[in-house]
Design a protein around this ligand. Structure first.
Ligand SMILES: [Zn+2]
Length: 512
């Protein structure tokens, strides 16, 4: 970078390619998209990576069930994921697939580098235990209930015995404890950090990283003592995607690496904040700056409680009120540092209260009054109390969004909605329809309309990360002469709409 902008490389988990995208995938990708768009508006040099994890026994099995080759199977799945992220407005810069030749080359290079720099970190051992294909992991006693994996109670555990390569994870216990305790930003939120510290207290175990008879995998580049080439364990192949996406092992990989932020779900926290940094340390490569762990979205409410078999179809959820309303609902309703619920009842309530009645109504009545009282031209006007109060809420917005306190996206929206409530109060208090009747109040009327238009223009910018479509629609209705995506937060306070030609249009959120 030559322009002095700050590099911001963020990643999502790569989804496992054995089924279609679902609500949990969408929640994470939309959250990451909000953060990526937020950083672009700060002027950062953003690189946003997402993708698919395409190897492993589960994929091979799913392909065999459908009587297609694994590659054909994952190609179809990849097509469906790409179409869904297009629909959800996910502004990724790169989509990685672990069957890409460049990725495979990078994984092999990483394994060889570990082998060269830390030769004792790989060793062979005969291992036996209960293996869960759902997790692609050997399960410990305390992870088995009634003979089944606690995470996959419908799958049969398989008693598996084989001679595999192991990675000496135990060697990194103290390194990991120091990383997690001394670098407060590395693993958040705090509840997730405490979980990993508790895990370190219990003691780590070395992990088996190759699989015999696994052919749908990257061949492990170090032969076994028996001469067999085994398949690389799917996580030892998947985790390096964040690194191989930068072009590793080409020297230019340091242009992006280390990543500023990994966004992952709580079920794979251990892999990202224990296994992955240990692998990188073993290879002598820089550790990512931060891991942010989000929770799960549960299905709740009438419709989902009636029958356990009812699934949420993502496309149906977006058809209901449009993609932006869906993004808003998920990001407002489900805290990005914990778990939350999706219910149609809450979705409808939030759509009507927050979008149609609050923001949508403020926008349509303000624009209608500019058309009616100001000949559709935004008048000039001095700074008002509305501008001053907004500035305080936008401090809270940035504190929730910029990472210093974590990624509390729901809090960011709450701060914006505090300004929207104030905007509606301001209209009621100023009563422009009364001012318009008295020619002596012309200046007060102009000042009011100018303040409201600045207020709305700021909404477009701060809500662009969450609702890029609706924000751009309002930006156009305000008659802004420059593209919304080119705006920067540091210009927010001086934004002036005087002279813009508004057109009320159809309204942002039609009442249902
Ligand atoms: Zn399992």
């Amino acid at each position: 970078m030559t322009d002095g902008s700050r590099s911001f490389y963020l990643t999502t988990a790569i989804d496992y390619a054995n089924g279609d995208p679902h609500l949990g995938h969408a929640f994470e990708k939309i959250g990451a998209d909000v953060i990526a768009r937020y950083h672009r508006l700060r002027g950062d040099d953003v690189h946003f990576l997402t993708g698919l994890d395409e190897h492993g026994q589960k994929v091979a099995q799913a392909a065999a069930d459908r009587d297609v080759s694994p590659q054909q199977f994952v190609d179809e799945i990849a097509g469906r994921f790409l179409a869904m992220w297009e629909r959800c407005g996910i502004s990724y810069d790169q989509f990685i697939r672990t069957t890409n030749a460049e990725h495979k080359r990078g994984v092999v290079a990483l394994i060889q580098r570990i082998h060269e720099r830390s030769p004792e970190d790989f060793y062979e051992r005969t291992y036996e235990g209960w293996y869960c294909v759902g997790c692609e992991l050997f399960k410990r006693e305390n992870e088995i209930v009634d003979g089944k994996c606690v995470i996959h109670p419908t799958r049969e555990l398989a008693w598996t015995q084989e001679r595999n390569y192991f990675f000496r994870l135990t060697r990194y216990a103290e390194f990991l404890r120091t990383l997690i305790t001394e670098h407060a930003q590395f693993l958040r939120p705090e509840s997730r950090r405490n979980e990993m510290l508790a895990l370190l207290d219990q003691g780590l175990e070395d992990i088996s990283i190759t699989r015999s008879r696994l052919t749908w995998a990257i061949p492990f580049p170090i032969a076994s003592s028996s001469g067999e080439t085994q398949g690389t364990w799917v996580w030892f192949d998947a985790l390096p995607n964040y690194l191989t996406a930068t072009g590793y092992p080409d020297a230019s990989f340091t242009d992006r690496w280390p990543a500023q932020l990994h966004i992952v779900g709580k079920d794979i926290n251990r892999l990202h904040s224990i296994v992955w940094p240990a692998m990188l340390e073993s290879a002598g490569l820089p550790i990512p700056r931060a891991v942010w762990v989000h929770g799960f979205v549960q299905l709740g409410g009438e419709r989902f409680s009636k029958s356990a078999g009812v699934k949420l179809e993502l496309s149906e959820a977006m058809d209901r009120y449009g993609v932006d309303a869906f993004r808003y609902f998920l990001m407002r309703e489900v805290p990005f540092d914990g778990d939350g619920n999706f219910s149609w009842e809450r979705f409808e309530e939030r759509y009507n209260a927050d979008l149609a009645n609050a923001w949508g109504n403020l926008a349509s009545r303000s624009l209608a009054m500019v058309e009616k009282y100001c000949d559709a031209r935004v008048p000039a006007g001095p700074r008002t109390s509305l501008d001053d109060s907004d500035a305080i809420d936008y401090d809270a917005y940035h504190a929730a969004m910029d990472g210093r306190n974590g990624y509390l996206l729901h809090e960011g929206l709450k701060a914006v909605w505090a300004t929207i409530a104030r905007g509606n109060e301001y209209v009621d208090r100023q009563a422009p329809w009364k001012l318009a009747k008295d020619p002596a109040q012309r200046e007060a009327l102009d000042a009011t309309m100018a303040a409201l238009c600045r207020h709305l223009a700021r909404h477009c910018i701060v809500l662009f990360p969450f609702m890029p479509g609706k924000a751009a629609e309002l930006w156009a209705a305000l008659g802004a002469p420059m593209p919304l995506a080119d705006q920067r937060f540091d210009q927010l306070a001086s934004l002036d709409c005087a002279g813009w030609k508004v057109s009320k249009g159809a309204g942002l959120f039609p009442k249902t």
